[in-house]
Design a protein around this ligand. Structure first.
Ligand code: XMP
Length: 510
C-alpha cells in the first residue's frame, strides 16, 4: 500500500485544494469526512484537519474525537482545524475583534520550528476566519504571527502536532507550498514517490490481481477519463477488456470514425456500433430537453446491453469515474452529505446485468488523469479534448432533433472547432461548440432574399464546469468564423456569439 496522508474534511471550500497541493508534491492523499476517521495503519504517515464554514463556538460544529490520532502521528490543523485543536485540548478560541479575511503578512517567531523551515520572515498568507485563538493549550508554543493574530501558528513540539490559522493551500499564500512540504516531507517523512509512472505500474499490478482472467466490458465515449481508464485496463488484462463505442449519430463531424481509429491505433479491443438510426427514431417529435436526454439515455442502455451480451461471461463493467465524483463531501449542516455523486459513463445500467464495477481512476483529479494519460503515451489531442456532453448535439439543437439539422450543426461546429485549433485558441478555451437555434431569419445573399437558420457559437472558460465565463475571443477571429460558416454551410444565414456566464446561464443551452 502506498504511503498516504489523510485529510479530515470539516466542509471547507478549500479541502480539495489541500489535496491537490499535496498531490502536486507527489504524495498520495485521501479526503475523509470528519466523522469517518479511518483506522490508523502503517500506510498513514500524517493527518491534516481542514477548515470549515463553522465556528468552533457553534453548538453544531463538527467535533470529532482525535484521541486515536493526536500524539500518535504527525497532525496539522488548518484554520478551523487549528482552532479545534486549541479548543479541544485546553486552550481558548473567541470571536475576533478584527475579522481577518484575505491578505495578511506572516512573521516567523520560531525559526527552529521544522514547519517554518526556510519560510521567509515576512511572507504573504491568506486568512479567512472570524474567530481567533486567544490562549494556547498548556505545552503549546507560538511559531508565527501576523499583525492582528498573535497565535497564527503553533506547535506541540514533542508530539509533531501543529496548527496554522491561515490557508497554506491557496495560491496567494506565497510560502504555503513550502510549509506543506515541510510538514509532509520533514515532519511526516513522506518520500514523494506518488508519480504518474508509479501510479501506472501500481495500478496495473493491482488490476491484474483483482481481475485475473475475468472479462471486463467498457463503454468508451472519446473523452479523456474513459480513454485513460481503458488504456490502463488494457495494459493489465489485454483483450479481456472488451470496449464498446456507440455512435449515437449526435457526435461531431467525423468524430465516430476518427475516435474509433485512434482507439484501434492504441491496440484496444474495441467494437464500434453505429446505432444512429435508433437514436433518431427515439428522438422524433421530442422537444423537451429532459425528454430528449431520457430518450438518448434509454437507447444507449439498450444498445450497450445488446452489445455486451455478445461478450460471454463478462464479470466486470469498467468505468472512467474520477475522484471529484466520489468524494463524500461534508454538508453545510455539519453531517456528512448523504449524496455521493455517482457518475456513470454508461448511465444506470439495468440490475440484471449484475456486473461488478471497476474504476481505475477513482482516486485521481482531472489534471492527474491527463498526466497519467501522458505517462501512458496517449495522444495529446485526446488528452486535451474539450468536454462533450453524453447526449451530444442532441442538446445543442433546440427543439426537435432531425438528421438535416444535425448535418448542418456538424458543419458549423467543425468550422468553429477547427478554427480554434488552427488559430491556437483551442487550449485557451475550456469548452466550445455550436448551437442550432429554433428560429429562422431574413438575410440577403447575392441578389436573393433568404429565410434561413440562425446558429449560436459558445466558448467558455472554466475549471470544472460548475461556473463558467464566456471567452473573450478576438473579434477578428469571430468575424472569420462567421463569414466562413455563412459562406460554406448551406441553410445558415446568421451567426451569433453567446456572451452569458454561468450562472445565471448554463454552458449548454438545453
Ligand atoms: P451545464 O449546461 O449544466 O453543463 O452548464 C456543465 C457541463 O456538463 C456538460 N453536460 C452534460 N454532460 N450529459 C453529460 O454527459 C448531459 O446531459 C450534460 N448536460 C451538460 C456540459 O457539456 C458541460 O461540460
Amino acid at each position: 500500500m502506498h504511503q498516504k496522508l489523510i485529510i479530515l474534511d470539516f466542509g471547507s471550500q478549500y479541502t480539495q485544494l489541500i489535496a491537490r497541493r499535496v498531490r502536486e508534491l507527489n504524495i498520495y492523499c485521501e479526503i475523509h469526512p470528519w466523522n469517518k476517521i479511518p483506522k490508523l495503519d502503517s500506510s498513514i504517515f500524517g493527518v491534516i484537519l481542514s477548515g470549515s464554514p463553522f465556528s468552533t463556538l457553534d453548538a453544531l460544529a463538527p467535533k470529532p474525537d482525535l484521541s486515536e490520532i493526536k500524539g500518535k502521528i504527525p497532525l496539522l490543523g488548518v484554520c478551523y482545524g487549528a482552532q479545534y485543536l486549541v479548543q479541544n485540548f485546553g486552550g481558548k478560541v473567541l470571536p475576533s475583534k478584527i475579522r481577518e479575511y484575505g491578505r495578511a503578512f506572516l512573521e516567523v517567531k520560531d525559526t527552529s520550528c521544522p514547519l517554518m523551515k526556510n519560510v521567509g520572515t515576512k511572507s504573504q498568507v491568506w486568512m479567512s476566519h472570524g474567530d481567533t485563538i486567544v490562549d494556547l493549550p498548556p505545552g503549546y508554543s507560538v511559531i508565527c504571527s501576523t499583525d492582528d493574530v498573535l497565535n497564527a501558528g503553533f506547535q506541540l513540539e514533542n508530539e509533531f502536532t501543529f496548527g496554522i490559522q491561515f490557508h497554506p493551500e491557496v495560491y496567494h499564500s506565497t510560502e504555503g507550498t513550502k510549509i506543506l512540504k515541510n510538514f509532509l516531507v520533514d515532519i511526516c517523512g513522506f518520500t514523494q514517490d506518488w508519480t504518474p509512472n508509479a501510479f501506472v505500474s501500481e495500478t496495473i499490478n493491482s488490476l491484474k490481481a483483482i481481475l485475473g482472467r475475468d472479462k471486463v466490458i467498457m463503454g468508451l465515449s472519446g473523452g479523456v477519463d474513459s480513454t485513460v481508464a481503458a488504456v490502463l485496463l488494457h495494459r493489465a488484462i489485454g483483450n479481456n477488456l472488451h470496449c464498446i463505442f456507440v455512435n449515437n449519430g449526435l457526435l461531431r463531424k467525423y468524430e465516430f470514425e476518427s475516435v474509433l481509429a485512434s482507439y484501434e491505433g492504441m491496440g484496444l479491443n474495441i467494437r464500434g456500433v453505429d446505432a444512429s438510426q435508433l437514436f433518431y427514431t427515439a428522438l422524433r417529435g421530442k422537444i423537451d430537453p429532459e425528454l430528449k436526454r431520457k430518450a438518448i439515455g434509454k437507447v444507449f442502455i439498450d444498445v450497450f446491453d445488446d452489445e455486451s451480451k455478445k461478450v460471454e461471461n463478462a464479470k466486470w463493467l469498467g468505468q472512467g469515474t474520477i475522484y471529484p465524483d466520489v468524494i463524500e463531501s461534508v454538508s453545510a449542516t455539519g453531517g456528512p452529505s448523504q449524496t455521493i455523486k455517482s457518475h456513470h459513463n454508461v448511465g444506470g445500467l439495468p440490475d440484471y446485468m449484475k456486473l461488478k464495477v471497476i474504476e481505475p481512476l477513482r482516486l485521481l483529479f482531472k489534471d492527474e488523469v491527463r498526466r497519467i494519460g501522458t505517462a501512458l503515451n496517449i495522444d495529446s489531442a485526446i488528452l486535451n479534448r474539450h468536454p462533450f456532453p453524453g447526449p451530444g448535439l442532441g442538446i445543442r439543437i433546440l427543439g426537435e432533433v432531425i438528421p438535416e439539422k444535425i448535418a448542418i450543426l456538424q458543419e458549423v461546429d467543425a468550422i468553429f472547432i477547427n478554427g480554434l485549433k488552427d488559430e491556437g485558441l483551442y487550449n485557451e478555451v475550456w469548452q466550445a461548440g455550436a448551437i442550432f437555434l429554433p428560429i429562422q431569419s431574413v438575410g440577403v445573399m447575392g441578389d436573393e432574399r433568404t429565410y434561413e437558420n440562425a446558429v449560436a457559437l459558445r466558448a467558455v472558460s472554466s475549471t470544472d464546469g460548475m461556473t463558467a465565463d464566456w471567452c473573450h475571443l478576438p473579434y477578428e477571429f469571430l468575424a472569420r468564423i462567421s463569414s466562413k460558416i455563412i459562406n460554406q454551410v448551406k441553410g445558415v444565414n446568421r451567426v451569433t456569439y453567446d456572451i452569458s456566464s454561468k450562472p445565471p446561464a448554463t454552458i449548454e443551452w438545453e
